[in-house]
Write a new protein. Structure first.
Length: 190
């Protein structure tokens, strides 16, 4: 084998090992730059929302959005004909990417303030999710980090449901640092 071919093989092998290490350790990619903060979000039911009322939530921007203006959100809020408040993940709305990681929610019995880290799997991505006051959920976004296809994570706690205005109010903490799953306030460590 010529010295050039050996050098090219060594560089390729080193690159593969480095990429594998970076994929298994998101902290090796880049230090976190965005602090995790708690915010309060209000959404109006999709079927009842005016054009000015946000009815969907973007994990990546940690903000309420209007679903008729963008598909850059992970879930929408609605009320069933029977009056049940529900969360509609992107796939339920027929807007989820075909084979990519789908955004989802995962109900937890752990209190909002006691949650420290998001699980990587187990999220409901293709079903309507009934919600009630007092419930807490983990959130996972779609694949966002283009270099590795990693999602962002967060948590919400349902604080109130208004049956007259058809709104939901929840506390939210999103970790917008790609690949990090810490759900504590401040700069994440993991």
């Amino acid at each position: 084998m010529s010295p050039r071919i050996r050098l090219a093989s060594a560089v390729a092998a080193f690159g593969a090992v480095a990429l594998s290490a970076a994929c298994s350790n998101p902290n090796a990619l880049a230090p976190p730059s965005l602090a995790n903060v708690v915010d309060t979000i209000v959404l109006t039911a999709t079927r009842d929302s005016s054009l000015q009322a946000p009815n969907a939530f973007s994990i990546t921007n940690s903000t309420a959005v209007r679903s008729y203006q963008t598909v850059s959100f992970e879930f929408a809020y609605d009320i069933t004909p029977a009056g049940q408040p529900v969360i509609l993940p992107l796939a339920v709305l027929g807007l989820s990417p075909g084979t990519g990681l789908k955004p989802g929610l995962l109900l937890t019995a752990t209190a909002f303030d006691a949650i420290t880290v998001a699980p990587a799997n187990g999220y409901v991505t293709t079903d309507t999710i009934p919600i009630a006051v007092g419930q807490t959920y983990f959130l996972r976004s779609r694949q966002l980090c283009s270099t590795l296809g990693l999602p962002e994570y967060g948590k919400i706690a349902i604080d109130s449901l208004d049956p007259v205005l058809h709104t939901v109010r929840f506390r939210a903490l999103m970790n917008e640092n790609c690949g990090y799953r810490s759900l504590l306030t401040g700069l994440p460590k993991n």
